[in-house]
Design a protein around this ligand. Sequence first.
Ligand code: NAD
Length: 294
Amino acid sequence: MSVTFLGLGNMGGPMAANLVKAGERVIGYDPVTAARAAADAVGITIAGSAVTAVAGADVVITMLPSGAHVLDCYREVVPRAKPGTLFLDCSTIDVADARAAAEIAAAAGHLAVDAPVSGGVVGAEAAKLTFMVGGPVEAVAAAEPYLRHMGARSVHCGDAGAGQATKICNNMILGISMIAVSEAFALGARLGLTDQALFDVASTASGQCWALTTNCPVPGPVPTSPANRDYSGGFASGLMLKDLRLAQAAARAAGVTTELGQHAADLYARFVDHDGPGRDFSAIITSIRDQDGT
Ligand code: NAD
């Protein structure tokens, strides 16, 4: 089987490398020279364009920045793929864009799956990603062996777009809960609590959540959390903002009011404006503290 991988950036590069390690023959393309060079160095055959990369492919995997990139790419390459090719999009994009991409592929006689990921660059490098999968059973079954090479777990969430829907709902919980945990630490400090005392109780009581126990926004209680290294690494605030905005776009399209989700998107927009998009999303605690001089 021949696998084509389009988008060899921070996530796609290591994901494609893991397919090579698993013994797959991988042809790749990325418009960025450095991404192509890094992929070439790990055994990916570099094509001259996305269109030439898909000729003869059995599977086409995309890991691209946005829904517009995915739709542009599909419009370009889908007509050039041989009938029955499996299109597997792992990018995080709007639910409506994911459904539109699946329709483009299906209308041309291909199989299509959306499979956005959780786990970040560390998970991509270690082949420990979780895939949230949307698409018909037959297409999902065909995608499974490739997902296994790149991740630790995959969950079939429903039809086309269901993977993206799951991802943005999960990340809306995460963005809101990180703000809640950060506000609690800011208030606790003002009330004279040590961070450790609040952590020791909340982490084993009803305040327990991933934002507290794994990605704790204050240094100390969880030594591996990005707060201990000035919020470097981890899940970038800019990507959290992107996902919160995707959640709001989906909520508007579905006619659902998600007030805390909207508020979280506004707070992350303000934070990214001020701090930039690069630090881990738990750094939002610095702006929550700054506003009251805590
Ligand atoms: P990135 O910008 O590092 O990589 C995207 C790559 O796609 C770039 O190298 C770009 O040149 C390439 N590209 C654009 N158009 C292309 C085309 N037509 N053909 C081939 N390549 C093309 O971004 P990333 O961090 O790797 O993220 C990729 C996707 O994964 C995004 O949708 C992001 O939201 C999602 N994601 C990222 C993380 C993370 O921690 N970085 C975590 C989960 C999900």
